[in-house]
Design a protein around this ligand. Structure first.
Ligand code: NDP
Length: 296
């Protein structure tokens, strides 16, 4: 049986690991060990590893899903780090929404140890992970992406080889920057309509049959803003991180990108105002505060 390790049982990591536990012999590691202990005790065939090195030992595939590439780099080195446990020929699949430069650095470090690497960030949210229907955007060699495919199929429905290492990260950052633009634009537009006396529910009904519609207008605002539910599924802090990656990426490509730079600043302000635990859609609350109204 293929032996897989999963590191990072967070909001999206845990349901992804759950899908893997159904198909593979799975070792799980989490910084807060109690989460890995609870996971192993409730998932048949899953075992808890005490360190990243223990998780990687004897595994064909090691999947990481941490907040940023920095944390992935941090768990690589040292006597308990991934590199101390990884066997030659293993493949690291990094599902973190990382940054392309760091991923290239990590890939290089692993190559020196005879270990392969692909960046494989995901989209589809916690519910997509629970249903095993995520989109997975892969950067790396075609051979490594094909090798990873059976593992990725446990939680992914659309698995795309995007280019060399870093290409998956770059697309993910641009995707999420577009998500952020949609959230902010919807919040400003709907707050204006609300203040003019238009019911935001009616406005969204119209927009969702018109050319301004997006996942934000079709799903996020009706389900999370109008209801005031604001469930915490994807941290605003993580979207802020994605925007910074996208804004830096555009600059590095010498693309004039005033909208990405501004949106990055706005989400940075929202993160500062709303805190590290706020959900990404809660950014709309800052727009509401500035407008002196609620979109409901
Ligand atoms: P969470 O904040 O819910 O979980 C983060 C995970 O990383 C936890 O397991 C946490 O461990 C661990 N961690 C944090 N800091 C460290 C560290 N210094 N060393 C080791 N482990 C650490 O994040 P998500 O699961 O939401 O996101 C993970 C990645 O997936 C991010 O890159 C995010 O952008 C991306 N993503 C998230 C989506 C979502 O809907 N949530 C959707 C698509 C992509 P501990 O339990 O100890 O805190």
């Amino acid at each position: 049986m293929t032996r897989v390790a999963f590191l990072g049982l967070g909001a999206i990591g845990a349901p992804m690991a759950r899908q893997l536990a159904r198909r593979f012999d799975l070792a799980v590691w989490n910084r807060t060990a109690s989460r890995a202990v609870a996971f192993a005790s409730t998932h048949h065939g899953a075992s808890q590893a005490r360190t990243p090195a223990d998780a990687a030992a004897g595994r064909d595939f090691v999947v990481t899903c941490l907040p940023t590439s920095n944390e992935v780099e941090q768990i690589l080195e040292g006597p308990t780090g991934l590199l101390a446990g990884l066997q030659r020929g293993a493949l690291v699949i990094d599902c973190t929404s990382g940054d392309p430069d760091s991923s290239r650095r990590i890939a290089q470090r692993l190559v020196e140890a005879g270990v392969g690497f692909i960046d494989a960030p995901v989209s589809g949210g916690v519910s997509g992970a629970e249903q095993g229907i995520l989109t997975v955007m892969c950067g790396g060699s075609a051979a490594n992406v094909e090798k990873a495919r059976p593992v990725l199929e446990a939680f992914g429905r659309k698995i795309v080889h995007c280019g060399d290492v870093g290409a998956g990260d770059a697309i993910k950052a641009v995707n999420n920057a577009m998500l952020a633009v949609h959230i902010w634009a919807a919040a400003e537009g709907l707050a204006s309509l609300k203040k003019s006396g238009v019911d935001p529910k009616i406005a969204l009904d119209v927009i969702n049959s018109s050319s301004g519609r997006s996942n934000t207008s079709e799903n996020l605002f009706p389900e999370r803003v109008l209801t005031r539910a604001f469930p915490r599924t994807f941290k605003l802090a993580l979207l802020d991180k994605d925007l910074r990656i996208a804004a830096d990426f555009a600059r590095a490509q010498k693309v004039s990108s005033p909208l990405l730079q501004l949106t990055s600043e706005l989400f940075r302000a929202a993160r500062l105002a709303l805190g590290e635990e706020a959900d990404h859609v809660e950014a709309a609350k800052l727009v509401e505060q500035w407008a002196g109204t609620e979109i409901r």
